[in-house]
Design a protein around this ligand. Structure first.
Ligand SMILES: Nc1ncnc2c1ncn2[C@@H]1O[C@H](COP(=O)(O)OP(=O)(O)OP(=O)(O)O)[C@@H](O)[C@H]1O
Ligand SMILES: [Mg+2]
Length: 334
């Protein structure tokens, strides 16, 4: 069980309200990702759920029971941070056992849970090592192991992979997704990483200045962003957004087109411009185009490689069925 409900929750630090009244329901077993710009309140929201910060007003319920005044240790939630916060002088086994010792779990039950967690996280061979004798990814797995043995109603992850190098992040991302499938426990995960958000989430919550801008599945947010903020935030490279005459042609104040929905040609097309930088990734090419008369730069994503050099003339044609239209308030026109 692990349904979490926030009802008109607010948080102020002194006079500054960082979370205006916010309602959100996270269903039991769901993998929810919080995304948003730095300082928008992701960590604060997670800490409010965990009970590490007091809410200023409103209510939090866990599995239908009011948890607003329940202390963190009694909420049945486990938090995993970016910094692993392991005890350096203790073995992996003792680090994982620590919360169970604190909670007075019987020895044989501790042993059973440690072995199960170590197996799930591929740590069996490392149980007698100290954290200093492990790689970054292994250390992060120990921190997750310590959370698993508490058998929480939900896991709260605050950018758990941001200290790892790119290859390890990919590996750990898959491991956490697999763990979620196996345990089927509610997980709330904060990340800056677009790919993590898109690939791991059942549900993404996009935050701006403590407000929820949109909640939906990754593909709902990709295909139907409800405003220009979500349109520009979800997707990498970012959606191109244009105002002015070009948007008015389509009956909108702003139009948006994703880089992957623009066709290019050397000879003809809707817009003409000049190649600025072309980024050749092998699998894809990102071309940044200037002098279109629309905006400073239009970004185009082409599958595979294409010969495009700085200064080349290039024609761009948006796929009109993929165009996003927004009104003067920045809200999607449907
Ligand atoms: N203890 C505190 N006292 C005062 N202000 C705080 C405190 N903690 C956070 N804030 C403010 O609350 C806002 C939200 O901070 P929070 O750490 O939740 O952002 P975040 O979305 O997690 O950002 P990041 O992506 O950089 O981690 C920020 O403006 C921050 O300065
Ligand atoms: Mg944060």
């Amino acid at each position: 069980m692990g349904q979490i409900q926030l009802n008109q929750v607010t948080k102020s630090f002194g006079d500054v309200q960082v979370i205006p009244p916010l309602d959100l329901t996270i269903e039991d077993g769901e993998f929810t990702v919080f995304v948003g710009p730095s300082g928008c309140g992701k960590s604060t929201l997670l800490r409010l759920i965990a009970g590490l910060e007091d809410i200023t007003s409103g209510h939090i319920a866990i599995d239908g029971k009011d948890a607003t005044d329940v202390p963190p240790a009694k909420r049945g939630l486990a938090m995993v941070f970016q910094s692993y916060a392991l005890y350096p002088h203790m073995s992996v086994r003792k680090n994982i056992a620590f919360p169970m010792r604190m909670a007075g779990v019987p020895e044989d039950e501790q042993k059973r849970r440690i072995e199960a967690a170590a197996k799930a996280l591929n740590l069996t061979d490392y149980l007698d090592r100290r954290p200093g004798q492990l790689s970054g990814g292994q250390r992060q797995r120990v921190a997750i192991g310590r959370a698993i043995v508490r058998e929480p109603a939900a896991f709260l992850f605050d950018e758990p992979l941001s200290n790892l190098d790119a290859a390890l992040r990919v590996g750990m991302r898959l491991e956490i997704s697999e763990l979620h499938k196996r345990l089927a426990t509610t997980m709330i995960y904060v990340t800056h990483d677009q790919v993590e958000a898109m690939t791991m989430a059942d549900k993404i919550v996009v935050l701006r200045a403590g407000n929820i801008e949109q909640v939906g599945s990754p593909l709902e947010l990709y295909h139907e962003p409800r405003n220009t903020f979500v349109a520009g935030f979800i997707g990498s490279p970012k959606m191109n957004l244009f105002d002015g005459a070009e948007a008015q042609k389509h009956g909108a104040t702003t139009i948006g087109i994703r880089p992957e929905h623009i066709d290019v040609s050397k000879t003809e097309g809707t817009w003409k411009g000049r190649v600025g930088v072309a980024e050749h990734l092998g699998s894809d090419t990102f071309i940044h185009v200037h002098d279109t008369g629309l905006v400073d730069m239009v970004t185009v994503r082409i599958t595979g490689d294409i010969a495009a050099r700085h200064g080349d003339e290039i024609y761009l044609s948006p796929q009109l069925d993929k165009l996003h239209k927004f009104d003067a308030e920045g809200l999607a026109i449907r």
